[in-house]
Design a protein around this ligand. Sequence first.
Ligand SMILES: NC(=O)c1ccc[n+]([C@@H]2O[C@H](COP(=O)([O-])OP(=O)(O)OC[C@H]3O[C@@H](n4cnc5c(N)ncnc54)[C@H](OP(=O)(O)O)[C@@H]3O)[C@@H](O)[C@H]2O)c1
Length: 521
Amino acid sequence: MLRAMSIMNLSEPSHGDIGGERKNLTPCTIVIFGASGDLTARKLIPALYQLFKEKQMPADFRVVGFARREKTDASWRQELRTALDQFSRTKPVDDKVWLAFAEKLFYCQGDLTDDVAYKKLETQLTTFGSAPLRENLLFYLAISPSQFGEVVEQIHRSGLLNKEGVGWQRIVVEKPFGHDLASAQALNRELTRYAHEQQVYRIDHYLGKETVQNILMFRFSNSIFERLWNRESVDHVQITVSEKIGVGDRGGYYEEAGALRDMVQNHMLQVLSLIAMEPPVSLEAEAVRDEKVKLLKSIRELTPADVARQVVRGQYFAGSVGGQMRPGYRQEVKVNPDSNVETYVALKLLIDNWRWSGVPFYLRTGKNLPMSASEVRIQFRPTPNVLFAAQCGSHLDANALTLRLQPNEGISLRFNGKVPGTTIGVRPVRMHFSYDAEFGAYTPEAYERLLLEAIAGDATLFIRRDEVETAWQIADAIRTGWDGKPLTNREFYAAGTWGPIAADDLLAQLGHTWHEPQVIK
Ligand SMILES: NC(=O)c1ccc[n+]([C@@H]2O[C@H](COP(=O)([O-])OP(=O)(O)OC[C@H]3O[C@@H](n4cnc5c(N)ncnc54)[C@H](OP(=O)(O)O)[C@@H]3O)[C@@H](O)[C@H]2O)c1
């Protein structure tokens, strides 16, 4: 058991200090393709409402929803209000704020493949009168990636998307961004045929999370840790993204994706690149993204033989999670009863650069694990244990720094302390910083931040073309190593456990063990 120590609060920030600098936002129209879908109702509209409520939206804006189903402005607004009652971050919904917000929502019915529908959209925009509302356009593609190319071509043909025109136009695209390198490259070609790369904003909602953004702040604004952030001091790094849920009713999707595509290729490699990248020359989008790409490119390539040694797949069989029985993956709806799709991945990556040479980075993610948590653990090298060996045995715990990304966001430092008393006893203790305790429970949804950044034209939190392609190269190499090989017995795990035995074997190669995410209250 660790003893928790609290950090003394050295300055009490006023609430205004927390939000940081406000962006200068120009009036614009947000056009959502896929306006009758799940993402719009659950994430996009609640995020826009919240931004409006907090007076963070531009002084003037409109939202136009585009989808196939027949709706009027009034019926779309009514549906969104019902959804907002369920999904808003701040409940109850403020009626006065909602009414003012709803006046800015308009529905444009049409088929994405139909030229006439884009004429209708253009006409709708002209009714807004002011030039910025017609010319500054954020196109949010909340649709299937197979439809991206069509939409981009159509908005270009109808004159709504200009490469060098008046105002600004940006395209936000959702994951999944391809299912391998070839499909991602094809998507990139489609998107950039009629738009500059700088106009394309690829979302990874992980980057919208406060704690993920805090990784850079933490690393580069604190001198004590950054000088330890290298092979001299760090023994290894563990990144865990565990999910308590199984695949549920998403079996069909998961059969095509698997944990590698669903989690590792995007979220986990993003976190890894922020943890391990070199300091950028500035906080400009290109400077930050240059460093992230450089880091991804310095990850040692995996041959099929490396994959066999360094990557573990897993799949859950029936078991109990938190006292509730869960079926095995192969018994889930829309899952092939002989499926070899992985619901768990653990891997060891090596980074061939000056800072990290020889330091293993372990990543693991899985479904139906005992708890939902995302954290990064920096495990420092042990001290030479000469002084306390007689009293404490051969093993003295090494220091560890844990960045908890969710839930209970915070940072913990683990070190050794003397057990009070007349004898010399050493025990690990923990110093913990909790976001909620320090700043109050102010946790904006990732989509709020990302929408605001896209409106402001700051692409730092979005994935660049070369970033997404490099990440797919890494995932594809793993998939090639797995090709045609069925799961082995050591790769199955009972739902409710921390994954297959093979994942423990992986760390045991270098005498390491997995550290389970801490239960933090
Ligand atoms: N839902 C999430 O939480 C989530 C999270 C991450 C990423 N994503 C990604 O975001 C995208 C949208 O997801 P979703 O869950 O919102 O999907 P969804 O609920 O199936 O919605 C799809 C939307 O696309 C519209 N649409 C489809 N074909 C059309 C056509 N030919 N013409 C006009 N509109 C058309 C649909 O309109 P009609 O039904 O009116 O035809 C509907 O509004 C997907 O790429 C998904 O992978 C979703």
